[in-house]
Design a protein around this ligand. Structure first.
Ligand code: NFS
Length: 629
């Protein structure tokens, strides 16, 4: 029997089919063989104490079923959800903490290989944090900024600094509902405590805590990561790039940098051009060193250096199957443990670089920021040394798509008015008069349980056809890039007449990649700037915008969805609902949150329904704002 399509990315699908022929089991094949557990996936399994796991099933489970301790289905479902949001927040925020410490190490001269690439952005941060920078040494300012932001992690009382960046009305909603986060670590800790056996059992109270924890992600962890990455490596501006497995070269050393933290990846990018490294590559018979990115690291180095991307989450094993990757460096998050075993069939060296994330059987080169260049060179050398071991036993893929990446808030403002009059006026005007119907954030992972990347492709195309501007992040961007959607030509061919006109006038593609998943925080600050510009909603809530993660799979995605909902953006996630077992929890997240925050969190597996629901939200917001149709 013919197997179904497993990746909507044609090149990826060919590699998947080749892996079948070779009897190599990868995530697509495993997902087909192992169905997800219907009890756990809907949130109805409690494994928080060892009396259980308790599975709350049955026709009247919502009202009647309890765990051995008496925990009801709604409280178990809410508790499971909160715990996932805590984990997602911890992931983004631990990444952010490392960025803040790197900034501090740069400021104090301990991380000598890095520099301040964007002083202007540093000063903007200093202004927000009320740190004087006039006439001061840049490194002194950087030190104060880093120290102030580091306080956001460990603060026990008070408020996270960046919350004050949100529109006043949005902040008032948070105050009213008691969800202002104090410090990231305190919220993460309290969330874990509340979900321990026998603590918080009120679903609404648990979910309000999920909101509080997630706000610490969006307005601290993620936003701090984005800002510091811009300061250290440069605020992105559009540049051309390429996506696809065709980036791997036969005659060069191919290195894939996979994961999330941009620091070491940046240094590898810089060191790959070092004459000593180039010479070393030639000494081993290679014509040069060829870098590619994977997952969010790919977004980081694509938008700042134009380094080609080999794709997102479901592409990672496929890259190894090409047999052309001499080394794949991995740091933290979204890295399949399967990579190590798979790499043994080929010659690829999987190099772990974070002491937080070791994989049995991988080569570990622990990253330290004060020896960044040296470590980057060590890794490059390791890849070069492995080049002669290439076996030519992989699948040769040739796909490559052109793309434009690197849209930051700063650049979007600049392109709408130049250096002197940078603003969101033209975009707000276009929305007001209906040339642009609304904005959709297409974010989140790709997933082997659906034709991977296919839901992103479908939705991106349908939205732009309907004059909805799409901004994308994370693996949502990878899906659109591999499809060839990230070019200005895409607007000419597929955008509706209003959006097309705007894209032509400003010279942008109809789908704007904003970066990695922590860069979803750029959407928060863009929406805030649009609110401040006037003519639309004066808070984030009520804007004709929706967030969508049609193929999400990670806990980070749930934290992101929750902070968007809490900030006022209706959010629709694909796949089966992780809170689907409880009507009450589903109602609180979709209806109560909408009343309180003007954002909502829905789960809807059907992409056509996702599309319709998003347009309904957009049109309802337009009606409420009395905008032209
Ligand atoms: Ni986001 Fe980056 Fe991709 Fe999903 Fe993973 S790479 S942080 S979690 S899989 S979008």
């Amino acid at each position: 029997m013919d197997k179904p399509i497993r990746s909507a990315n044609e090149a990826a699908e060919q590699i998947v089919r080749w892996s079948d022929e070779q009897n190599i089991s990868i995530c697509f094949d495993k997902a087909g063989k192992m169905k997800s557990c219907p009890i756990g996936s809907s949130g109805a399994c409690c494994s928080n104490c060892h009396v259980g796991p308790c599975r709350l099933i049955g026709s009247n489970a919502e009202e009647e079923a309890t765990g051995v301790c008496g925990a009801s289905l709604p409280s178990i479902v809410a508790r499971n959800f909160l715990r996932k949001v805590v984990s997602g927040t911890a992931a983004h925020s631990d990444h952010a903490r490392d960025m803040a410490f790197t900034l501090l190490a740069v400021a104090t001269g301990e991380a000598k290989d890095f520099r301040i690439a964007d002083e202007h952005k540093l000063f903007k941060m200093a202004d927000i944090l009320e740190i004087n920078h006039q006439g001061r040494d840049v490194m002194e300012v950087a030190k104060d900024v880093a120290t102030t932001l580091i306080d956001d992690f460990g603060r026990q009382r008070g408020e996270i600094n960046y919350l004050k960046r949100a529109p006043q009305k949005t902040q008032e909603r948070w105050k009213k509902w008691g969800v202002i986060p104090r410090g990231v670590d305190r919220e993460v800790c309290e969330g874990m405590h509340r979900t321990h056996m026998g603590v918080d059992h009120d679903p609404d109270n648990l979910l309000l805590n999920a909101v509080k924890v997630a706000l610490a992600d969006g307005w601290a962890g993620s936003m701090i990561s984005t800002d510091i990455s811009d300061v250290l490596f440069g605020t992105p501006h559009p540049m051309r790039g390429k996506a696809g497995f065709g980036m791997f070269k036969d005659d060069e050393v191919n290195i894939v940098v996979h994961g999330h933290e941009p620091t070491l990846a940046e240094m590898i990018v810089l060191m790959a051009d070092d004459p000593e490294m180039q010479e070393y590559a030639r000494s081993k018979g290679a014509a040069g060193i060829n870098l590619g990115g994977m997952c969010c690291t790919a977004n980081e180095i694509l938008m700042r250096h134009g380094i080609p991307t080999a794709g997102g989450f479901t592409n990672q094993e496929l890259a190894i199957l090409t047999g052309k990757v001499d080394a794949m460096t991995v740091d933290v998050q979204c890295i399949m443990p399967a990579l190590v075993k798979l790499s043994e069939r080929f010659h690829t060296k999987v190099v772990t670089t974070s002491d937080k994330a070791k994989f049995t059987g991988a080569t570990h080169v622990g990253y330290e920021e004060h020896r960044a260049a040296e470590i980057a060179k060590e890794i490059i050398k390791l890849a070069v040394d492995n080049f002669p071991n290439r076996k030519k036993n992989g699948y040769t893929a040739t796909d490559q798509q052109d793309l434009v990446a690197g849209f930051s808030q700063e650049y979007i403002e600049y392109m709408q008015g130049g250096r002197m009059r940078a603003s969101f006026r033209p975009l707000n005007d276009a929305i007001q008069v209906g040339r642009i119907r609304g904005v959709v954030g297409l974010a989140g992972c790709d997933n082997p349980r659906v034709p991977a990347q296919g839901l992103h492709r479908y939705l991106a195309k349908e939205f732009i056809k309907s004059d909805v501007l799409v901004v994308s992040t994370g693996c949502g961007s990878h899906a659109c890039q591999a499809a060839g959607y990230m070019t200005p030509e895409m607007a000419l061919e597929h955008a509706g007449p209003g959006l097309k006109e705007v894209c032509e006038a400003i010279g942008i593609p109809p789908i704007l990649p904003l970066g990695s998943c922590v860069d979803n925080s750029r959407i928060l600050t863009i929406l805030t700037a649009m609110a401040a510009e006037g003519g639309l909603s004066e808070e984030i809530g009520g804007m004709p915008g929706v967030g969508i993660a049609p193929e999400w799979m990670s806990e980070k995605a749930l934290a992101i969805g929750t902070y968007f909902a809490a900030s006022g953006v209706p959010v629709i996630f694909g796949g089966e609902s992780p809170v689907g077992a409880s009507n009450e929890v589903t109602r609180i997240m979709s209806e109560t949150w909408y009343e309180r925050f003007k954002g909502a969190f829905h789960f809807e597996p059907d992409p056509e329904k996702i599309f319709d629901m998003a347009l309904k939200y957009i049109d309802a917001a337009r009606d409420a704002l009395k905008l032209k149709k």
